[in-house]
Structures are given as structure tokens and as C-alpha cells.
Design a protein around this ligand. Structure first.
Ligand SMILES: NC(=O)c1ccc[n+]([C@@H]2O[C@H](COP(=O)([O-])OP(=O)(O)OC[C@H]3O[C@@H](n4cnc5c(N)ncnc54)[C@H](O)[C@@H]3O)[C@@H](O)[C@H]2O)c1
Length: 322
């Protein structure tokens, strides 16, 4: 049975990825430090659910700790790496840029270095649409120049891609960098707009709308992302950078209206000025992922947010009480 090491497996995308791999019969080793960027109880709960599978093993290890990480490689001898562990989020990266560099750059290099030493057969790296910054060349293609990231987070993701390219060039490790576009769905991150807005609208609390609502995002449903991640893990492409988006954009105003319809309540909106680091538009050209991975997103925003809301109602104790 193929053994896959997933970093960040306790998180949103990681826990879904681990679950799908386990269901497909893979042996999964998860590395996560369960940090408190958001409530670690959510991550522990994800690990508890995954621990029901016999072929799952969890290590509470920080990717910036090379020695501890090496012990995991030595003990588990994985063939494939899916490296998702990172500090995510654009705005917090502006308040704590050093932490973002440490985790997203050093942590990634530790994973690459150990992949070289332990002769890993395939490496998948989670990059981000944020590397495109405010590129005017829309939809974003992988060939676009991404030398002008507008947040420390974006710069660390670009740095991760560069390290991946170097390790492929020098050591011929097959590596696929996947640029995810705003991922949402059940178990979604509590710091992201889909969760924050749904929670506030449902509970009759005010939401903060950054700017006039004309900014647009390419929201991608979690199962579509997981399909792309697992396809990349299986495919073993020599070196590629691929967009994983939905190839549809939704304005912030449309997004709020969609949630209002699903929740059945009107949002109380406070308009505040756009935050530094936020980009105007994200829009993925997914032709390359379609051609190389057979990637095919199938869930639109209304269906995806309905599934998210169902999950929210069933899993949020506060929501059940209301
Ligand atoms: N969710 C999105 O919309 C989105 C978009 C673009 C890129 N990404 C990238 O996808 C990946 C997964 O994102 P997510 O939304 O699931 O976020 P998440 O925060 O839910 O998951 C990240 C996981 O990594 C773990 N982690 C963080 N630092 C670590 C460290 N030093 N050592 C070990 N574990 C550590 C966290 O505890 C967490 O469980 C990240 O690399 C993120 O940058 C996410």
C-alpha cells in the first residue's frame, strides 16, 4: 500500500485530503503542530475522526523543527508528500511576517530537504492564487509574471514555489505546485469569509464588507480541490505549477446575497475600507490542470454554500441553540 505523508492534515484542506486518501486505501501519515491560528479543538476533532482509520498515523510535529521532522521520515518512510502545512491568511501575514516566513519558507525547505534525503517519489506543494497579486491579465494563467506579490503571505508562497523548482532542478524530485483559489466547504476555516459571513448573518450580527463589494473571487469547493490534489499526488509530473480554481468569479456583493438566500436572513452590512494586501480579483484559468490532471470542478457557489450551511447547522453548537 502506498504511504503518503500529509503535512497540515489536521487543517481544513488537509483533513479532507487525508479522509479521501484513507477511503481509497492509502496509508496516511499526518504531520501537524495543531497551532492556535484558529481554535485547535477543531483540528483535534479532525484528527480524532481520521484516527478511526487503521491506516492513519498522526505526529504532532512542527515543520520548522528539522530533527523532529526527520524522525517522522525515518520511522514512516513515505513515498509521496502532500505539503499543505502553512500559515495561511493574507491579513495576519502583514502583522506577523516573520512567523509566515519561518513556517512557509523554512518549513517548506525542511520538507524538501528531507524529501531529497529519503528519496521521495513525488511532492505536492500547496501554493496560492495570492501569488498573482493585482495582475491585470485575467483569468490568471500559470505563465503570468508573479514577481509582485502584495502581501508577505503571497511572497512566502512564491518563495515556496521557487524552492520547489530548485529541488526539482538539482535532485530531479517530481514536484507539482498547486495554486489554490479561495477554498470553501464543510469544515471550512473559521477565519475565512464563507464561515464568518454565514455565522454572522445566521446570528443577526453585523458583517464587515471590505470595499464596495465589487471585488471578485474564484471560490473553489473543497471536494474539487481534493480531487486535484490527489490527482497530482498520483500523477507524478516532473515539475509543474498548476491553478486549481473553479474558473468562475463571484463578486463580494453576489457572495453575500447568496448566503442571505441560503440562510433566509438579510445581512447587516458595515462597509469598511479595503485592507492592504487584499487583491481585487482572483480568477483561475484551469486549462493546464484540466489537461495534465483531468481536473474538473463540478460545484458552483450556490450548491457549495448550501452544503456548507448544512454542515454549519449540524456542527455548530451555538447555531443549534438559536
Ligand atoms: N483555504 C484556502 O482558501 C487556501 C487558498 C490558497 C492556498 N491555501 C493553502 O492550502 C494549505 C492548507 O490551507 P487550509 O485552508 O487547510 O489551512 P488550515 O490552517 O486549516 O490548515 C493548515 C494546517 O497546517 C498546520 N500547520 C501550520 N503551521 C504548521 C507547522 N509549522 N508545522 C506543522 N503544521 C503546521 C495547521 O495547524 C493547520 O492544521 C495552506 O498551505 C494554505 O496556504 C489555502
Amino acid at each position: 500500500m502506498q504511504k503518503i505523508l500529509v503535512t497540515g492534515g489536521a487543517g481544513f484542506i488537509g483533513s479532507h485530503t487525508c479522509e479521501k486518501l484513507l477511503k481509497e486505501g492509502y496509508s496516511v501519515v499526518c504531520v501537524d503542530n495543531l497551532n492556535d491560528y484558529y481554535d485547535p479543538e477543531i483540528k483535534k476533532q479532525n484528527i480524532d475522526e481520521l484516527s478511526k482509520y487503521d491506516n492513519f498515523k498522526f505526529h504532532k510535529v512542527d515543520t520548522t523543527n528539522y530533527e523532529e521532522l526527520e524522525k517522522v521520515f525515518k520511522e514512516s518512510r513515505p513515498e509521496t508528500i502532500i505539503h499543505l502545512a502553512a500559515r495561511a491568511g493574507v491579513r495576519p501575514s502583514i502583522s506577523d511576517p516573520l512567523l509566515y516566513s519561518k513556517v512557509n519558507i523554512l518549513g517548506t525547505q525542511n520538507m524538501l530537504e528531507l524529501s531529497r534525503i529519503y528519496k521521495i517519489e513525488n511532492f505536492v506543494f500547496a501554493s496560492s492564487s495570492s501569488v498573482y497579486g493585482n495582475s491585470k491579465d485575467i483569468p490568471f494563467k500559470e505563465t503570468a509574471n508573479v514577481d509582485k506579490p502584495i502581501s508577505p503571505y503571497a511572497a512566502t508562497k512564491k518563495a515556496g514555489e521557487l524552492l520547489c523548482s530548485t529541488y526539482h532542478h538539482l535532485f530531479k524530485i517530481p514536484i507539482t505546485c498547486l495554486r489554490f483559489f479561495t477554498v470553501y466547504g464543510p469544515k471550512g476555516r473559521p477565519d475565512m469569509a464563507p464561515y464568518l459571513f454565514t455565522d454572522a448573518i445566521y446570528k443577526g450580527r453585523e458583517i464587515q464588507k471590505f470595499g464596495d463589494g465589487s471585488t471578485r473571487r474564484d471560490y473553489t469547493y473543497i471536494s474539487d480541490i481534493v480531487q486535484g490534489v490527489i490527482a497530482a499526488a498520483k500523477k507524478k509530473l516532473p515539475f509543474e505549477i498548476l491553478n486549481l480554481g473553479n474558473h468562475q468569479t463571484v463578486s463580494l456583493n453576489e457572495f453575500i446575497e447568496t448566503i442571505e438566500e441560503i440562510v433566509g436572513k438579510k445581512a447587516i452590512i458595515k462597509e469598511v475600507s479595503k485592507k492592504q494586501g487584499d487583491v481585487d480579483v482572483t480568477y483561475a484559468d484551469i486549462t493546464k490542470a484540466q489537461n495534465l490532471l483531468g481536473y474538473k470542478p463540478t460545484t458552483n457557489i450556490a450548491d457549495g454554500m448550501k452544503k456548507f450551511f448544512d454542515w454549519y447547522l449540524n456542527n455548530n453548537a451555538d447555531a443549534k441553540k438559536d
